[in-house]
Design a protein around this ligand. Structure first.
Ligand SMILES: CC(C)(COP(=O)(O)OP(=O)(O)OC[C@H]1O[C@@H](n2cnc3c(N)ncnc32)[C@H](O)[C@@H]1OP(=O)(O)O)[C@@H](O)C(=O)NCCC(=O)NCCS
Length: 333
């Protein structure tokens, strides 16, 4: 019997309309376009400004578009997994709310929090249900409203993040396409460098957590940078080596979009030229779980069946990893 693999059979993305430019940020904090561009590669990011809307609204837009595009009825979906660090509520899961907003009557659903590696963790989880033969249509959505946990008076973090969502449909295939290999890693000793200090079980919300602005992203940028630049490059090289993939065999690198310098270092380590690297950090900034599916969505028309694609991420936790994927969709559109 042929092995069942999980293949991406549809992809869609969504970002809010409002564009927050470097120029506008320079009016809010002591920064400038030149600093932001040279240190991060970010020019602008999208922000969800409408009051009363949450991450589920951003995610639901991506999922609705995905269903429409692939001609999938909502009731056909067996499972929806949402990767997010900005859930609508501590509970219920944002995945439950997205499922409701999209009419997924027959799906069960849950959230995964692995910070910037969330999409890779969720994709591997979903792929397992497909490979086991128990699920036929699984939606993975990376959705974030990062603006809700960004302090727009802190120049060190407010320039980095943006809002958005990307969703994929995973289905079984017996062809030699889809998820080929996966490496995922966790090192919880990194938690001190990138996290939200207040509002969780260790430090529940209080006047003190509000006064010390502990409900925002806290990041020691330089420390995270050092780990990220090594971690993402190492894991990408490792997945190539153990599968005997040479740089000429790889059609695309889809890196998490946290910092252009980290992306460049990963591509160099893999021996890839710039033309093979998907980069949209300039337009969206770091959308955490959404960066990788947003890239795939924007590059979809340039992908061919059988293309070897390496997805790679590094994030808070620390979490990091890489997925080797053979693109399953037929030809260029
Ligand atoms: C955040 C990051 C862009 C900062 O870049 P950096 O080169 O490390 O900059 P530093 O934090 O060392 O700051 C250098 C100087 O710029 C200043 N600075 C920080 N943010 C600034 C801004 N937006 N505009 C102008 N100056 C700024 C700092 O105050 C510091 O000034 P000082 O030298 O007078 O103290 C970078 O560290 C980074 O990308 N880190 C990793 C992020 C990441 O991958 N996260 C994981 C996934 S989410």
């Amino acid at each position: 019997m042929k092995r069942i693999r999980a293949a991406i059979t549809g992809i869609h993305g969504w970002v809010p309309e409002y564009v927050l430019t470097n120029e506008e940020l320079a009016k809010m904090v002591d920064t400038n376009d030149e600093w932001i561009m040279t240190r991060t590669g970010i020019k602008e990011r999208r922000i969800q400004r409408e009051p009363g809307l949450g991450t589920s609204d951003i995610g639901a837009e991506a999922v609705k578009g995905l269903l429409e595009k692939t001609g999938t009825k909502p009731e056909e979906i067996d499972l929806l997994i949402c990767a997010t660090v900005t859930p609508d509520y501590a509970f219920p899961a944002t995945a439950n709310i997205i499922s409701d907003k999209c009419g997924l009557k027959n799906a069960w659903s849950f959230d995964i929090n692995a910070a910037c590696s969330g999409f890779l963790y969720a994709m591997q989880t979903g792929a397992q249900f497909i490979q086991a033969g128990t699920h036929k249509k699984v939606v993975i959505v990376g959705a974030e409203k990062m603006s809700m946990m960004v302090d727009y008076t802190d120049r060190a973090t407010c320039v980095l993040f943006g809002d958005g969502a990307g969703a994929i449909l995973l289905e079984p295939t017996t062809e030699e396409v889809g998820v080929m290999d996966v490496i995922l890693k966790t090192d919880g000793t990194g938690r001190q460098y990138l996290y939200q200090k207040g509002g969780g079980a260790v430090k529940p919300a209080s006047q003190e957590t509000l006064d010390f602005k502990e409900h925002y992203v806290y990041q020691e940028g330089q420390s995270v940078f050092k780990f990220a630049v090594v971690g993402m490059a190492d894991v990408s090289a490792e997945i190539m080596e153990r599968n005997n993939l040479k740089s000429e065999d790889v059609a695309w690198l889809v890196p998490h979009q946290a910092n252009l310098r980290i992306i460049d270092a990963t591509a160099r380590r893999m021996g890839l030229t710039k033309e093979k690297v998907m980069i949209n950090i300039d337009r969206y900034g770091n959308t955490t779980s959404a960066t990788i599916p947003l890239c795939l969505w924007e590059w979809e028309d340039r992908l061919n069946k059988g293309d070897n694609i390496i997805l790679a991420a590094f994030g808070g936790g620390f979490t990091w990893g890489a997925i080797w994927l053979k693109w399953a969709l037929n030809g260029k559109k």
